[in-house]
Design a protein around this ligand. Sequence first.
Ligand code: CA2
Length: 144
Amino acid sequence: MTSILILNGPNLNLLGTRQPEVYGQTTLADIQALCAETAKELGCDITFEQNNSEGALIDLIHAARETHDGIILNAGAYTHTSVALMDALASVELPCIELHLSNIHAREEFRHTSYISKVALGVICGFGAQGYPLAIRALHGHLG
Ligand code: CA2
């Protein structure tokens, strides 16, 4: 069975509690439930994780090499700063979809740069929580 790691970076644990005008009212637990529904429908296996630490995210990416077929990554603000996360993704050679709730290109200039895009199979942004099921379908389709 296809196995997908869904990885969420810093501050995404606060979803639904602050800045609803930017990130919506959906909580990360709601998103996890949405992902579980999609995975059940497609017949694939998902692991859903959130961590605020760059090093922990890198460790999860390294471990995925042995356990998962692909990665969906919302790296939060590390998207715009982390060469280390980019290198980790490149090193495991797993297909990765970069995901954002907001349209990062319609926001501040500093969010227009993504280190993750340089090693991603594709990017989904701007569709809020619905981006997660879209990314699962896209990666599942890619993995065949
Ligand atoms: O749009 C996205 O998904 C982002 O990855 C979210 C990051 C942001 O730094 C990226 O540029 C785009 C921020 C996540 C912070 O989430 C919060 C949720 C509720 C309250 C405050 C922050």
